[in-house]
Ligand binder design. Sequence first.
Ligand code: GTP
Ligand code: MG
Length: 288
Amino acid sequence: MSASQYETSDRTSASTFQLPGLDSTQTLYASCALAVLLFTLITVLARRKSKSTRNSVLFVGAPDAGKTAILSSLAFHQQLPTHASLQTNSSLITLPNVKKPVQVVDIPGHPRIRVQYRDYFNDAKAIVFVVDASTVSRNGAAVAEHLHQILHSFMSISPSQSSPALIILAHKSDLLASTTSSSSTPADQMAINRVRTILERELEKRRQSQAGGMGIESLGGDEGDHTEVSGLECSAVGGSVFRFSDWEGGEVTFLGTSISRTGEKVQDEKANNIGGLEGFQQWLSDLY
Ligand SMILES: Nc1nc2c(ncn2[C@@H]2O[C@H](COP(=O)(O)OP(=O)(O)OP(=O)(O)O)[C@@H](O)[C@H]2O)c(=O)[nH]1
Ligand SMILES: [Mg+2]
């Protein structure tokens, strides 16, 4: 091959990597700048997408806790007669000072159905765990098992993803009012204290069983009996017992709630407030 032939082929291959009007160094810089721009664009779009996916509110909790009753109070401003739900309910609710309606998904508490919360977990902006404060002393272990499943899901969220907010409603506080009428503590606060204390005790039992390698009751659904169940990790500062305030999965809010009896109009039209659920409505509004 002659020297002139080499020259021609060199020029041809060089020209394929050059942008018109730029030499090879400038072409390299331009390509790098373009790559950085594309990367930034993709990252921004991906972040926006992951932020925008968390929009709904998820109601979970034991059967008969009051989830559907709360949902119908918020959605229809009236407590409709309810019965054990056998399928997931979904409704749009309006919140004070929030422009767009918010979707609420109510997962039945039946052990076989409750695992369906996982299908909605990644879209949830808030997880609302409803507890019947009037019966929790009797069924605390079962309620804690259910809550453990939820806490486990929180701890499984990857660090790059945002977590939903978690609130535990100490519900049916009206049923404590008669038993606590002589006490100076308001019924809502009494309900919170009771629910928090019982759940912390029951979750601590589960934590100890795990640590002792004794195995604990199943977390339900298709997870079966896990030997390495986690989700109850607490910061070392808090000492050795389970405390919601030390839980590593995030902040846990407690609120006492109740709703009026069947058929009563429960909305204060002017304030758009619903008796016994105002604090909860406000908490939701603050999220949106
Ligand atoms: N006293 C009182 N009763 C309530 C309150 N909230 C709900 N209830 C009653 O509790 C019962 C159960 O309520 P539901 O809303 O059906 O319970 P749920 O959590 O949806 O139960 P599942 O669908 O089985 O998971 C109903 O009879 C309600 O009227 C409350 O604040 N106070
Ligand atoms: Mg229901």
